[in-house]
Design a protein around this ligand. Structure first.
Ligand code: 6GU
Length: 239
């Protein structure tokens, strides 16, 4: 997977991504990151990329031409149109299903706005997907781009050490994850549930599934509607 990010703050993207699992996946050649500074496409000696909004109002608007030129440079390099995601609180709310769909692409462009946003005319020209990461307002699209890239990256084969874990985890089957324990067996008087020490694999699986269902019912009852529970499990929840 190759990620391109159009931003006024490329260091923010690079710092965030060259870390931990995504950093290692880049070293392995499974992921690549191209953070492009829109300011490099300002086309004037003052490197100015924003201006006052027509009609008045607070803040500045990122001008169309530098964004367009930066975007064109990427599509020219690729030799084709590329899916281009604009990060905006006005977009569709990001979820695991969208991540799975984006993970099928070979290359993606993320466009990060700052200040009061980007001139609408260039958005109409280049954006294919408008995406938000939730109902709150951030200062720019860089953190949302990192959130999306992280979520998509772990779906790319080989990025996680064990390819089962991407499948077992939260939301895949609309249930929350079961609790995890590691050594020591007893910590501050709290014991690890004995079934996990039993070596009885089927019982461990049964206990984990129960825990997932209990947690989901308690913390995210809205998810249970989508979850595929057996008759027995539905009875278990009621009782
Ligand atoms: Cl994608 N951008 C900004 N600026 N704020 C957000 C967001 C995006 N998603 C949630 N809040």
């Amino acid at each position: 997977m190759r990620f391109h990010v159009l931003t006024l703050f490329p260091e923010m993207i690079e710092q965030g991504f060259h870390t931990s699992i995504t950093g290692r996946a880049m070293e392995k050649g499974l992921l690549s990151l191209n953070a492009v500074n829109i300011r490099d496409f300002a086309g004037n000696k003052h490197m100015k990329v924003d201006d006052y909004p027509y009609g008045g109002g607070a803040g500045m608007v990122m001008q169309a031409e530098p964004v367009y030129a930066a975007h064109q440079s990427l599509e020219n390099q690729a030799g084709r149109k590329l899916r281009t995601i604009y990060l905006t609180p006005q977009g569709h709310t990001f979820n695991q299903k969208m991540a799975e769909e984006f993970a099928q692409e070979e290359e993606l462009i993320f466009l990060c706005g700052h200040y009061e946003g980007i001139d609408e005319r260039v958005l109409e020209e280049v954006v294919t997907d408008y995406v938000s990461i939730g109902d709150y307002v951030l200062t720019g699209g860089e953190l949302p781009a990192l959130v999306m890239m992280d979520t998509i990256s772990r779906l790319v084969p080989g990025v996680l050490n064990n390819d089962v874990s991407a499948e077992t985890e939260s939301f895949q089957d609309s249930l929350l994850e079961y609790p995890q324990y590691s050594r020591p067996e007893e910590w501050r008087g709290k014991k690890v549930p004995s079934v996990l020490l039993s070596g009885h694999h089927a019982n461990v699986e049964k206990w984990r599934r129960e825990q997932s269902i209990i947690r989901t019912a308690k913390w995210r009852p809205d998810l249970l509607e989508k979850a595929q529970l057996t008759k027995k499990e539905q009875e278990f929840l009621k009782g």
